[in-house]
Design a binder for this molecule. Structure first.
Ligand code: UD1
Ligand code: BG6
Ligand code: NA
Length: 365
């Protein structure tokens, strides 16, 4: 039921303060994290040589958003695999690996084939899924249900943010035996507690994103630059625009800008630069300077109050978002881009909930 909303995607975007609350319900306890589905396996995971994240589409992007804080809080090397590519290469997976499979539906064929492959190779297989009773949930050794509620729109929105939060809790649980990161973990836990309120706040940008969408309606292409915690935000924002608004869009690692993408910059191509506060902020400031000096048409996402810090010339369009703990900022930053993709789709007259040629769950290889 869509209730008062026109489309499921719109409803699911606006429901995120609630879906994130249910993802965390009963799991943040006495200043710590309790994940019933992982607690028997934490010792094994802590001893593993490597964490391998495996998924497709938006679920892969959620894992990419989790990678920096999993590395930071656990000290375990993390590698990323698109499920189909792992299978194409028959890439090495070992008994000493923890393979983490991320899938909203728990039924994506490529992800399930990669799971069979990792099981055959003896890895500990962990699932992060929204679907209780799914093949992924049943076949993995253990895992976490993200409890975001049923997602109907083909473009994944609330599952993405809940996947990131579930993996943040997973990283906190794995790292909970480390004394040196206790203060950092406490800060992230308090950030998780206040996250639904910050999500409600960022959703107030809806009208502003609709207005931005109307200025982009005739663009042929849209680039999104991010780095660090928000590299995944750039990929996922571009994926949303591509899959529902049917506009060419690419997410790019800002650190790679000089190695190719800069050639595309002119007065017409719209470029979104994600420059919220974190350890990469000054690097993003210089990226913005370089784009402006080539007359780039910039839309900059920054932390509240940072408009003149990111764009001293006043020649960029600025989206100001509430600041949260740096590693949780991707949960906030994706929301204006979800809203942008939604409004762009409606304004361009395309089907929001059933985009051309796409399916909610791809169960064939
Ligand atoms: C579980 C109950 C929840 C109850 C809570 C009370 C279920 C599905 N969940 O939640 O209703 O409120 O205890 O303590 O009954 N698993 C996998 N692979 C996956 C996901 C999960 O193997 O991809 C396994 C987990 O290891 C666990 C079980 O499924 O054994 C349930 O996982 P989850 O729902 O995340 O556990 P709890 O949060 O403890
Ligand atoms: C499909 C969907 O391509 O599968 C995407 O259209 C989704 O939205 C992808 O991200 C992966 O699905 P799942 O269920 O494995 O997360
Ligand atoms: Na299981």
């Amino acid at each position: 039921k869509k209730g008062s909303y026109d489309h499921f995607m719109q409803k699911e975007i606006h429901e995120q303060p609630h879906s994130l609350t249910t993802t965390m319900r009963g799991r943040l306890k006495d200043g710590g994290v309790l994940l019933g589905g992982l607690k028997e396996h934490l010792k094994t995971i802590r001893r593993c040589r490597r964490v391998v994240f495996i998924g497709c589409g938006t679920s892969y992007n959620a894992a990419l958003a989790a990678r920096p804080f999993v590395e930071e809080l656990t000290g375990i090397p993390v590698t990323m695999e698109v499920a189909s590519d792992l299978l194409d290469r028959q890439g090495p997976i070992y008994r000493e690996d923890t393979a983490v499979f991320v899938s909203q539906s728990g039924e994506t064929a490529d992800t399930l084939h990669a799971l069979d492959y990792a099981l055959e190779n003896g890895a500990l297989c962990v699932g992060i899924t929204n679907t209780v009773g799914s093949t992924l949930s049943r076949k993995t050794h253990c895992g976490v249900h993200i409890n975001a509620g049923c997602e109907i729109g083909v473009a994944s929105t609330k599952a993405y943010t809940s996947q990131i939060v579930a993996m943040a809790m997973m990283a906190l649980a794995i790292g909970s035996d480390q004394i040196s990161t206790q203060a950092r973990r406490n800060a992230i836990i308090s950030g998780l507690t206040s996250l639904p309120n910050s999500v409600s706040e960022v959703l107030k940008l809806d009208a502003e994103m609709k207005e931005l969408a109307s200025s982009l309606i005739d663009s042929e292409s849209l680039l999104v630059f991010g780095r660090g915690y928000n590299y995944a935000t750039a990929l996922e924002g571009a994926l949303k625009v591509k899959e529902v608004a049917l506009m060419h869009s690419e997410g790019m690692l800002a650190g790679e800008m000089k190695h190719g993408p800069l050639a595309l910059v002119d007065e017409n191509l719209p470029i979104i630069v994600i420059a919220t506060r974190d350890a990469c902020f000054s690097k993003q400031q210089s990226v913005i300077q370089q784009l402006l000096s080539r007359k780039g048409r910039l839309i900059v996402m920054c932390s509240k109050g940072d408009a003149s810090a990111v764009c001293p010339t006043g020649s960029c369009r600025v989206i100001e978002v509430p600041g949260v703990a740096d590693c949780l900022q991707p949960v906030i930053n994706i929301i204006p881009l979800q809203l942008l993709a939604y409004h762009l789709t409606v304004l361009r007259g395309f089907d929001v909930d059933q985009p051309r040629n796409l399916a909610k769950s791809v169960t064939t290889q």
